[in-house]
Design a protein around this ligand. Structure first.
Ligand SMILES: C[S@@+](CC[C@H](N)C(=O)[O-])C[C@H]1O[C@@H](n2cnc3c(N)ncnc32)[C@H](O)[C@@H]1O
Length: 207
């Protein structure tokens, strides 16, 4: 068990919402839902002590970007330390709702993937809807929003996504629903493929 994780849970039980990090099996299962064959822009909400972030950073090729949004100050400091030597990773100590401002600040137009471990089910309905809207807006056509949660209640609120696929994953304590929400804007009946990370950079476009 991660001592830091347990300590932070004792400090902020509702925000952390779990006494242990995701299992290795869950981390691998989630990572397999992303395609790392080319550079990607990925945002993660609520990385905690970074168990998913480390796996993503290990898999993502050069030219990718990973933006980590963590509310807890101790987790944020620890993430800064862990990724201090990796220029592809940016740690934001703040609310996931800051995504649009942070994308703009980093000169990124859209994300390929957004991963969330935050306890959506306890978010007040207005905040939940606003974050879902920002998430949808921030994704590229063909991008996905991936969540792992004890309940699958977010599905009923995330109707703006064109498709959702869920599985119940038992190899975690507690078992989790993993749901992938697809943003599939179709152009002339054809799904637009994900674009390379470099093409998302507004800096790149204006260069
Ligand atoms: C259940 S823990 C998940 C930690 C880690 N992703 C894992 O799988 O082990 C939830 C994390 O989300 C963070 N969190 C909760 N609400 C948040 C928000 N609105 N924005 C950013 N982080 C948030 C908490 O501080 C905590 O680190």
């Amino acid at each position: 068990m991660s001592a830091l994780f347990f300590k932070r849970f004792l400090k902020r039980p509702f925000q952390i919402a779990s006494i242990i990090p995701s299992s290795k099996a869950l981390v691998k299962r989630v990572a397999r839902k992303m395609d790392f064959s080319e550079p990607r822009v990925i945002a993660e909400y609520g990385p905690g002590e970074g168990v998913h972030s480390r796996e993503i950073a290990r898999r993502m090729p050069a030219g990718s970007k990973l933006l980590l949004f963590e509310l807890d100050p101790a987790f944020s400091r620890d993430l800064q330390r862990q990724f201090a030597d990796d220029p592809r990773v940016h740690v934001i100590h703040g609310d996931a709702a800051r995504l649009p401002e942070e994308l703009e600040r980093h000169g990124i137009a859209k994300c390929d993937y957004i991963l969330s471990g935050i306890p959506f089910s306890i978010l007040e309905i207005k905040k939940k809807r606003a974050l879902l809207e920002k998430t949808y807006e921030a994704l590229a056509d063909g991008g996905t929003f991936i969540i792992y949660q004890i309940t699958n209640e977010l599905r009923q609120h995330a109707k703006l996504f064109e498709r959702a696929d869920s599985e119940y994953f038992l190899q975690n304590i507690p078992p989790m629903f993993i749901t992938v929400f697809h943003k599939t804007n179709h152009l002339n009946g054809h799904r637009r493929p994900l674009r390379r990370a470099a093409e998302f950079s507004t800096n790149h476009r204006s260069a």
